[in-house]
Write a protein that binds this ligand. Sequence first.
Ligand code: HEC
Ligand code: HEC
Ligand code: HEC
Ligand code: HEC
Ligand code: HEC
Ligand code: HEC
Ligand code: HEC
Ligand code: HEC
Length: 472
Amino acid sequence: MRKSLLWLGAAALLALAWGLTPGPAQAQKPVPAPNQPLQKEFRIVRSMSKQAVACIQCHKLVSPGIFSDWAHSRHASANITCLDCHKAEEFDPDVAKEHYKVYEKGDNPWAKAAYRVPISGVVTPKDCSRCHPDEAKQYSVSKHANTLQIIWQIDPWLNFGLNSDFERTNGCFTCHGTVLKVDKNGKLDPQTWPNVGVGRLNLDGSRGSCSACHTRHRFSVAEARKPDTCGQCHLGPDHPQWEIYNESKHGSIMRSQGEKWNWNAAPGTWTPGVDYRTPTCAACHMSGSGVELTTHDVTRRLSWEMQAPLTIRPQDFKPWPSQTSWQEERTRMRNICLQCHSQAWADSHFTQMDGAVKEYNNVYYQPALKKLDELYKKGLLPKDAFFKAPLWVQFYELWHHEGRRARMGAAMMAPDYSWWHGFYECKKRYLEFMREADELIKHHQKAYVAPYFPAATGSTQKPPQIFGPRKK
Ligand code: HEC
Ligand code: HEC
Ligand code: HEC
Ligand code: HEC
Ligand code: HEC
Ligand code: HEC
Ligand code: HEC
Ligand code: HEC
């Protein structure tokens, strides 16, 4: 956001006032890597409340790692203290009751009743929104923040209890987010915490976690601009965007030359061609570029729903329809490409991508779906067999694994994903699925359904915080 330049100006002035800028002695030191701010001595000489000073000083002793990360952040240079983010009210459900005790022990000078304030270990988008309202607002309407609402509408694992709560906590919810819970003593339930999933449901009603991409306590834009940040979640057999990016020419150039790029450019000023030569995930999906402003809503700039079984337009995606037309979003993404490519180059890329989408829909998905329906209608496959029926798994993997890879590989310039991990695998799967289905139909034989399914014990109750109390 351009207004951040003002923040930066203010921060620079403050830094001068506190003597944080490098003096002549420091100027002799070698220049650090671009995303490592200069080592600076932290001195508290301004008007912080004594409670806020106590947090810093005591934690400098009890958790030096946290102190040091914070001290190296832009927040520290802008006078943003621990208390600014962690402050809570006595009555907040997530207030850390245990923490009051640290003011009683008296084994260090900061353990004094005079410094006692209510705090929370949970810092939510609502807390950040006090100072970053635009980012929080954009994020709040994104698929990231609302993913629990989305997946609880469409996912069989959850809706039919096909995996255990334990498997979900370690798998699904680490990426998608948990519904935070506290016990009656105010202690966070370890089944739900710690967690920084993109769609975490917080006790203050806000959705998501900003530290999914801006890890504490650096909260760095440089980090968020790098593909590894997104790649924590966007990888694997079903959405290998990180692997796809690494394969692409963009990724390969970034790996060979990225060390010299200016990752730490001030927010909103990261400029293609000047600060970096090829785009990262953030550059195409989030960062400002040319006429496009930075957005924290990752659904912007997309014209398809390629994760869906049948590829549809974002405005037709019922669980979370986009508010804009796909043409508008295509134009936005194209504007990003035009910073470095000609119109003909970009347009031809999108023609190829749209071709891959249509081929997947028409040649693979729809005929396979028709066959599956035939099995259902003829009573050869029960509708609630899901993963208990190997034939159904074939169908699932056709769209959920290789079908996604074929489409996403084409969208993000990765030929190996589009073909060998994509369409090639689609063909193989399609043949296996169709052959087995045709056999069953020919002999009017029922599909194999396993009599058991391990750990199918997960709760099927949709989170009442989103969907309201369970209907009787
Ligand atoms: C006198 C020392 C002291 C002071 C002052 C202090 N803390 Fe702590 N704080 C601790 C200790 C000790 C822990 C527990 C660390 C552990 O679990 O290893 C802790 C834990 C925390 C946690 C984690 C709580 C949780 O539930 O996960 C947060 C967040 C925190 N402090 C923030 C603050 C903030 C903000 C302030 C200032 C308002 C502050 N602390 C002041 C000593 C202190
Ligand atoms: C810009 C906001 C911000 C500031 C400033 C901040 N924190 Fe945090 N802190 C967070 C977030 C976000 C988390 C992760 C919790 C979450 O996801 O809700 C966190 C987590 C923590 C935790 C628990 C995490 C762990 O690894 O145990 C402690 C303890 C903590 N902070 C202490 C501090 C202290 C001490 C300071 C000041 C030196 C500080 N924080 C400054 C936002 C902040
Ligand atoms: C009390 C106000 C305040 C709160 C609360 C706050 N911030 Fe900030 N934040 C700032 C200021 C001021 C800056 C400095 C702007 C600059 O230097 O460009 C900043 C800068 C940032 C930056 C840019 C850092 C960089 O490397 O350029 C990020 C990212 C950020 N904040 C994220 C967060 C997140 C996430 C939270 C909540 C966990 C949060 N902030 C809470 C005031 C705040
Ligand atoms: C490694 C992180 C990760 C894990 C683990 C994970 N997901 Fe996802 N999930 C994602 C990402 C990233 C996407 C977005 C894919 C895309 O849009 O291309 C996604 C997409 C989805 C979607 C599609 C949403 C839509 O908008 O159509 C559903 C449903 C889903 N996940 C459910 C689950 C469930 C249920 C589990 C556990 C059984 C799970 N996920 C495990 C990261 C993960
Ligand atoms: C999906 C990853 C992701 C999440 C989640 C995320 N951010 Fe960011 N954020 C970014 C990226 C990437 C940038 C860098 C944009 C650029 O290149 O200037 C950024 C930049 C920022 C900046 C610098 C100013 C700006 O807008 O460019 C602030 C402040 C910020 N984020 C705050 C937040 C807050 C507050 C939240 C939670 C409501 C949040 N971010 C959640 C990825 C994320
Ligand atoms: C903590 C995990 C996590 C991180 C980190 C993360 N994402 Fe996501 N992302 C998800 C999940 C989960 C979804 C699926 C949301 C849904 O459709 O329900 C998703 C969806 C998306 C989508 C598809 C949105 C749509 O409308 O279909 C895009 C684009 C995206 N993320 C980009 C990014 C970028 C860029 C970054 C890094 C700057 C990033 N993500 C970081 C988990 C993550
Ligand atoms: C050169 C620009 C570019 C880069 C770099 C890039 N993407 Fe994409 N991404 C695209 C385009 C183009 C699409 C398809 C947009 C559409 O739907 O029209 C897309 C689609 C997506 C989708 C949506 C798939 C769906 O479900 O519909 C996700 C998620 C995604 N990208 C994540 C990432 C991640 C994570 C990275 C980095 C590891 C990344 N992208 C790197 C351009 C890029
Ligand atoms: C920051 C500049 C930059 C941006 C933004 C950018 N690209 Fe690129 N792109 C490059 C560079 C540099 C190359 C390598 C050119 C070469 O091979 O000489 C490249 C290569 C490509 C290639 C060739 C891939 C191959 O395997 O040969 C395609 C296709 C492409 N880009 C499409 C896009 C599309 C589509 C977008 C927008 C969604 C985009 N690019 C955004 C800089 C960029």
